[in-house]
Design a protein around this ligand. Structure first.
Ligand SMILES: *Cc1c(COP(=O)(O)O)cnc(C)c1O
Length: 466
């Protein structure tokens, strides 16, 4: 291999100043960009070893392209705000519930010093989260509450504290996997509680539970089927029946309802257990997520009987799993909104769920009026279907209204939307890019118009090429 063929390889300093890199690579840490440039130069060197020839210019553009590809990938996963046009209200990949404005303000107030463990009137210390727990009791009718990082942590803390080394009875139809590594049998194993399965996949009766109760039994658990549904010959006892059985044997019932629904969704045609119902039915502990139908930040909330909650709170695990002050602030504001009785107006999630199709259609028309199409692109207003998603109300469908965009290359169009100045997540269906406006926030309409116009313009100027 002649030595001189490596002379075409550019210096790192030269590549880093390349104008083609400035726009995107300038947004990322310099160390990272330098690493990609070095890796690009190495790759180029290996190609030369393999017999390929480069001019100096070709080597520079090879390394620039390598660095740009890495930068695009990196920018794509850097956390940023996204306009959710998927119509999935609780989109796990897009962070579940949007926080209320008041929750965002309360978070901002908590980021520096804040009275997380102090009463500013008395000047004395108070317990972290005490106020939120009291408000939660008022809201749900429970005697006490404890808050941890998420509902997975709530399940773990509950099983470990109530039942480590003993048995908890569960129906075979409720051994759910939620996603993100949450599989109930594995949560049981990690908690040290012994899972005592009863019944069958589709049918479990009260006498199945009763038949396995011994002095090793610590509790009965009911777990909501959050992300799937069963049809046909399906039977399982409701919470009331389990509570009755538990009372007869002096056993607590743990009710993991998951979604944290506060009010019946019947008017939307959706059946979802509510927190107050679970508490009123007599479950000793009711567990739910803060960022599903509750419409708040990520949190695991346990409400229930005083003695049980006290037992959970004094566990070292409760300390290990506690939520941070900023999240706690957002949760406090969210609970206040629920208590104010104006959740449908102030919680984005509920506002979206209850928005009428006519109102959504009016927003579609507003967007379409701002778009510039040509003979290669078109935008149509179409009826579509939103979903609740995010591990609640499995199979739920709510009629909605959206846009169907046709462009020569829909995959490219969808990527242009995702990487626009205001990133938009849409879906491709039947060859068209579809945007459901139910999940687009009111303040996002103008940015959405701009991102759509940028993608339309790119489609018009590139035609079929991608
Ligand atoms: C979502 C869910 C969980 C997990 O909640 P995270 O807050 O995501 O940890 C646990 N149990 C049920 C029934 C759920 O629906």
């Amino acid at each position: 291999m002649p030595q001189h063929s490596f002379r075409c390889l550019p210096a790192v300093d030269l590549v880093v100043r390349d104008p083609g890199l400035q726009a995107i690579a300038g947004l990322l840490p310099r160390q990272q960009v330098l690493g990609w440039i070095r890796a690009g130069i190495d790759e180029c060197r290996q190609q030369i070893v393999a017999g390929r020839e480069f001019t100096n210019e070709a080597a520079v553009s090879y390394v620039v392209k390598h660095t740009l590809d890495a930068s695009h990938f990196e920018m794509g996963r850097r956390q940023q705000s996204v306009i959710n046009a998927t119509g999935i209200l609780l989109h796990t990949n897009l962070g579940r519930a949007c926080l209320a404005e008041a929750a965002v303000e309360r978070m901002n107030a908590a980021v520096a010093y804040s009275n997380v463990e102090m009463n500013m009137w008395t000047g004395r210390r108070n317990k972290r989260g005490e106020r939120v727990c009291e408000l939660l009791c008022e809201l749900t009718g429970a005697e006490d509450a404890v808050i941890v990082n998420n509902c997975a942590a709530a399940t773990m803390l509950t099983l470990q504290t109530v039942a480590a080394g003993r048995e908890v009875v569960i129906s075979r139809g409720q051994l759910v996997e939620i996603g993100g590594g949450y599989r109930l049998p594995e949560v049981f194993a990690a908690s040290g509680a012994v899972m005592r399965e009863v019944g069958t996949t589709n049918r479990t009766y009260v006498h199945d539970y009763e038949g396995v109760i011994t002095d090793r039994t610590a509790a009965l658990i009911r777990v909501h089927r959050s992300n799937f549904y069963q049809g046909g010959f399906v039977t399982e006892p409701d919470t009331a029946e389990l509570v009755q059985l538990g009372a007869a044997h002096n056993l607590p019932v743990i009710d993991d309802i998951g979604s944290g629904c506060m009010h019946s969704l019947e008017s939307l045609g959706l059946a979802e257990p509510t927190i107050p119902e679970s508490v009123a039915t007599g479950a000793e502990l009711t567990l739910f997520s803060g960022d599903k139908l509750f419409g708040g930040p990520q949190a695991g909330i346990i409400v229930g009987k005083k003695e049980r909650i006290a037992q959970l709170r004094s566990s070292p695990m409760a300390r290990a799993l506690r939520i941070d002050k900023v999240t706690l602030a957002a949760l406090e504001a969210t609970v206040e909104i629920h208590l104010s009785g104006a959740a449908r107006e102030h919680l984005p999630l509920l506002r979206m769920m209850y928005e009428s199709v006519d109102s959504i259609r009016a927003r579609c028309e507003q967007v379409v009026a701002g778009l510039k199409c040509d003979d290669r692109t078109s935008v149509e207003i179409v009826e579509c279907v939103s979903e609740i998603g995010g591990g609640s109300v499995p199979g739920s469908q709510v009629t909605s209204c959206g846009l169907a965009v046709t462009a020569p290359d829909p995959v490219r169009f969808a990527r242009d939307l995702r990487t626009a100045d205001s990133p938009v997540q849409a879906v491709i269906r039947d060859g068209a890019v579809r945007l459901d406006l139910r999940t687009v926030l009111p303040g996002e309409l103008q940015p959405l118009v701009e991102s759509l116009n940028a993608a339309l313009q790119a489609a018009q100027s590139s035609g079929m090429t991608s």
